[in-house]
Unconditional design. Sequence first.
Length: 220
Amino acid sequence: MKPKQIIILIGGPGSGKGTQAELLAKKMGIQVLSPGTILRKAIEKKTVIGKKAAPYIKKGILVPDDIVSSLVIKRIAKIRKGIILDGFPRNQVQVKLLGDYLKNQNTKNLVIEVAIPLRTAIKRISGRLTCNNCGESYHVEYKPPRRKNICDQCGKRLIVRSDSKEKVVKTRWQIYRYETKPIADYYKQNRHYLYRKVDGTKDIETVFESVYNIVKKEND
Ligand code: AMP
């Protein structure tokens, strides 16, 4: 049987990995799994998980591993063709959990790091608009929606994320630097994963071209 494609996107806040994940999913006809989007929806709906996750997200720190991991692994188990992981794993514990799960699966694992510096992240995040319903993201300057504050994809109202304030972005950046970035080094050295890096400072289409070229090449 053909292995399922697992694509792990790694990138700091504002790197555009969410946008790239959505573009890639459309092009490849596979799903995106974004814990951030799932958690924001849960917060809006005031579910038990949403209530637990809210204070962490607001501060820009990671939600406890047990909450996020069970949510993610449950969903990966259901996929047929492949999946794009946008925001998981984000630390060593999650890398181990995912690795343990994938060990017994027939998958092809590709890791793509979308790299940007902090100053670009702050510029991009101020001005970002997000759809809480379908996860699509916009930017008032770089990627405006066709109708003001309305999602092009699903017609729902766009929001400014509560973790978009400069102070919170800096916290999220520190967490990325010390907890998530080191996992890129782990993947670089692990023969079960193919690791690639793209320059995330370019415009959306250019970054996507790089991302898609990598995926295409690995699937040829
Ligand atoms: P994102 O939409 O990927 O930028 O994630 C937004 C926020 O959701 C993060 O700052 C975390 O608080 C939480 N979150 C998303 N993914 C994870 C994860 N894998 N582990 C823990 N917390 C997460």
